[in-house]
Structures are given as structure tokens and as C-alpha cells.
Design a protein around this ligand. Sequence first.
Ligand code: F6P
Length: 344
Amino acid sequence: MRFGVLTGGGDCPGLNAVIRAIIRKGERVFGDEIIGFVDAWEGVMSRRTLPITVETMRGTLPRGGTVLGTTRGSPLDSPDGVDRVRSTISEMGIDGLIIIGGNGSLTVGEILFREHGIPVLGVPKTIDNDIEGTDLTFGFNTAVQIATDAIDRLHTTAESHDRVMVVEVMGRHSGWIATHAGLAGGAAVALIPERPFDIVEVCERLVRRHSRGRFASIVVVAEGSQPAEGTIDVPDQTRDEYGHIRLGGIGSIVAAEIGLRTGFETRPVLLGHVQRGGTPTAFDRVLSTRFGVAAVDAAREGKWGSMVALRDNNIVTVPLAEAAGRSRTVDLDLVSNVAEMFFA
Ligand code: F6P
């Protein structure tokens, strides 16, 4: 059989490991041909491909990013986009497309399948871990490790100067990275989008720590965190060219407020895209490999319109509709029953 593969949305550690596994299983086990489309949907619509084989993927397992390149945007953004995808598939003799993507790409995939009958299969990717239908996405473990390493380093400089370090982490509208990195890094406070924060309460916590002789504190702020209504003002959010809300900056606002209200020396630290770059952890390499192998099995079984997923440590397939148009928020049980115990 012949399958197309594309990587969509923001890059994420483990993408190459998925591509490598798809090829290893497809080519070596079934004699399938895998066609890599360059720059996500742009490549599909304009038939820009990269020859990918077991040989060409050698050495890419530990490499971050994606050998295929990626873009945001989709065939649904242009009037002839869907027709172009359809003709690429039929003229290149492709049996189906494997989309390695996050919420946006999987939602587009679901619409292409349901409304236009295009055979697509999803592989859930994102450092944010915010995809419904799977217990975990690959890339998340790596991002949490990077954020935790950064927090570990910030502890020593914070302690040397008796400072509050406010670390902003990614995650879009979910607090997965903030909660896990906050817990793993021994933060004093972690602010997440799922729970609007009261800056007065945050400052009170830090003051209490101070009075106990803890003069250095780490505050983790998820980029999507919002102040509770009527507390502090934040500038209106802007959008990127695809209409996605541009996040980032709340960490600096929180740091400034803490400094002003407590008088403690405070510094903001924006981790940004460092969390997405570089080599995947061993855990993510294994999860990516399991997803890639399962994607080929599912494609060969004709399970179009579905997504491979991790459930209770088993790899399964679930309908793409479970993930499409939704965003998975953090496990509030973990926040209330575990994390809160450690946050100041
Ligand atoms: O979804 C992954 C992610 O890294 C988010 O955590 C972040 O908000 C966003 O992508 C950043 O996107 P961009 O690459 O467009 O700056």
C-alpha cells in the first residue's frame, strides 16, 4: 500500500521518531511505500514530497523537530484546498494520509474525513498534552523535563539572591506542563488556566513563606493563566494569522505585580520555544515509536477517521471525533489532591 505522512502545527520532540517508526513498520514489515509531504498541508496541496525510507531516516530518532517541516494552516483555508488534497491522493495513488498533529491538525483531519470522505488517520502530538481521547501525547514528557531542569537551575540563583523567580511555561489553555513541572521542580506556586488566580492570594502565600525564612521562591505560570475577574488587568490578547490566540507574557505581568505588592526582588523567566526544541526523552521516543507502529497497523486495517491513542498504557484507536474541536484540561484531582499540598 502507499501512505502519505505529514506533520502539522507546532513542532514537538518525537516527531521524527514517529515518522521513523511508520516507515520501519510499513516498509520493512509490509513492503508499503511511505510518502512524506513537506510543510504539512502545503506539501499535500502542492505535491511537495520528501523521499523517506528506512535508510534516509537513519539517525533521526534522537533529533528534535521534524524532517518533513511543518506549518499551520489547512486546506480548509482556501476554496480549492480540499479538491487539491483529493487530487493529490488520487493522482499519486495514495491509500490514505497519516496526520501527526495537535488539536488543530486533528480537527482539520476529522472534517476532511467526515465531510469530504478523505481517508485520514491521526497521531496525537503536542507538548501541551491537551488532546482528548489519549492519556498522553508525545512531546509532553520532554517539555516537562526541560521545564523541570530550568526550575532546578533557577532554585540556586533564586536562593543566592533571595529572589522570587516567575517561570512562564507553555501549554496553551491547559495547565499540564505547569502542574507537572511545578510539582517536579518543587515550585512554591503554580498558576494554571483552569483556575483563574487571585494575585493577592499568590502574594500572601509568598509572604507566608518569607515569614518562615524561605526567602527564595519559584512561581510557575502557565502561558494561558488568567487573573480572576476584577483583580488585575491584562492587555487584550492578539491573534496570529490563523486566528489562534497569541499567548505569552502573563509571566512578566505576574512577576511585576508580585514585586510591587510584596517588595520582594522578583524576576520573570520566559522558557518559550526551548521547551519544544531538541532531543526527545527516552519516554517520548518510546511513545512516539509505539504510536508510529500502531498507525501503520490501523491504516492497513482501514481505520480511517480514527486516531492512535494511549489508554491505560495500551495503544488503541479512538474516533478522531473524540479529539476534534476539543481541548483536554489538566487533571484537577492531581491539582487538588497532590499539587496543592506542595504549593506554599
Ligand atoms: O501547541 C504547542 C505550542 O508550543 C504552545 O504551547 C504554544 O502556545 C504555541 O505552540 C506556540 O506557537 P508558535 O510556534 O506559533 O509560537
